[in-house]
Design a binder for this molecule. Structure first.
Ligand code: OGA
Ligand code: NI
Length: 346
């Protein structure tokens, strides 16, 4: 079995070779050093139970959701049905996995041409500046798409917890789709129907080790997600995630026990551009390591993804073409340094 020839960030650090050129943004395309301080974004925490309640509070929650998703494209979600202890366990297992010896983690190493498994930043072109990140990427749903040989057997409980997390996230995903539809005064199943029965979930465990040059090295380059939307468990102590709005960067607040949900390109398309798929990035930290767990909700490969009819009006003409297998298109564009959603614009 062929293993990727590049070192993970943890291996680069352990080798003592110093900071390889391939990670350096020089000069940066940004006008500011990457670690320049930025203001905090002002996004609401949405109560997932209230969101689907027919009460006046429910209507208020829907309007909060509408306002946040049409400006930032991001919300924090609370009352998501997962206990603090359960989420704590996911963070703990993530830390434990990345703390394992290299040989143990290499058992789950990504194979060439495959996105699943453990490894460094995906290298798509020779001149790509690398992100300061190691990850374990696993398809979790549907179950028959799981490649269990990439699922860690150590730490104990990792597989079972990931399975349980997947099941719990599914409930959140369904509720969130319904909430989004209702917040746009649409039939509550209209996004879910387009998402399809063959939708997939991919979970990515991310490690951002401490970095000697946070001014010139980035954890994740600016991008918008190719998913319908993404569920994120950001590190509980270490900041780093930032969102772009009107040309300026803002940091995501850390709100304990919430799940951060950001719109991806495919909800932007389905909502005819009303809900924004935000550009975001992760900056590095000189002293502290950071972890996060991201789950991408991906519509079925056989689904036609397009603006829902009711959101196309005379005053709001259709902005996007019909796309299929958007994630493939996404990587093609991403590789060329372009925003993939441009390919979907009419
Ligand atoms: C991603 C992402 C943010 C984070 O994986 O697409 O944006 O905080 N992650 O790790
Ligand atoms: Ni992202």
């Amino acid at each position: 079995m062929e293993k990727p020839k590049f070192k993970t960030v943890q291996e680069v650090i352990a080798s003592g070779e110093g900071l390889p050129e391939r990670y350096l943004h020089t000069p940066t395309t940004e006008s500011q050093p990457l670690d320049a301080p930025v203001p905090e974004m002002d996004i609401p925490a949405i109560d997932l139970i209230l969101l689907l309640s027919p009460s006046e509070y429910g209507r208020q929650e829907l309007s909060k959701l509408h306002s946040a998703l049409s400006t930032w494209g991001v919300v924090q979600v609370m009352n998501h049905g997962m206990t603090e202890a359960f989420l704590e366990n996911i963070y703990e297992l993530t830390k434990q996995f990345f703390a394992l010896p290299t040989e143990e983690k290499q058992k789950y190493a990504r194979e060439i041409g495959s996105i699943q498994g453990y490894g460094n930043d995906m290298i798509l072109s020779d001149d790509q500046v690398l992100d300061w990140i190691d990850r374990l990427y696993l398809t979790t749903y549907p179950e028959d798409q799981r490649k269990l040989h990439f699922w860690p057997e150590i730490p104990a409980g990792f597989r079972e917890t990931l399975h349980e997390y997947t099941m719990k996230q599914q409930v959140v995903i369904e509720q969130f789709f319904k909430g989004m539809a209702r917040s746009l005064e649409l039939d509550e199943n209209c996004f879910l129907d387009m998402y399809g029965e063959n939708a997939m979930m991919d979970t990515r465990f991310n490690l951002y080790p401490p970095c000697p040059r946070p001014d010139k090295v980035i954890g994740v380059k600016p991008h918008a997600d190719g998913s319908a939307f993404t569920l994120l468990l950001p590190d509980k102590d270490v900041e780093g995630l930032q969102f772009l709005k009107d040309g300026k960067w803002y940091k995501a607040p850390i709100v304990p026990d919430t799940i951060l949900i950001n719109v991806g390109d495919q909800i932007e398309i389905m909502s005819n551009g009303i809900y924004k798929s935000p550009v975001h990035r992760v900056v590095t930290n000189r002293e502290k390591e950071r972890i996060s767990v991201a789950t991408f909700c991906v519509p079925g490969a056989d689904q036609d993804i397009q603006p829902v009819d009711a959101l196309v009006t005379e005053t709001r003409p259709r902005l996007y073409k019909t796309v299929k297998k958007y994630v493939e298109l996404y990587f093609e564009y991403y590789q060329q340094g372009r925003r993939p959603i441009e390919a979907a614009l009419i």
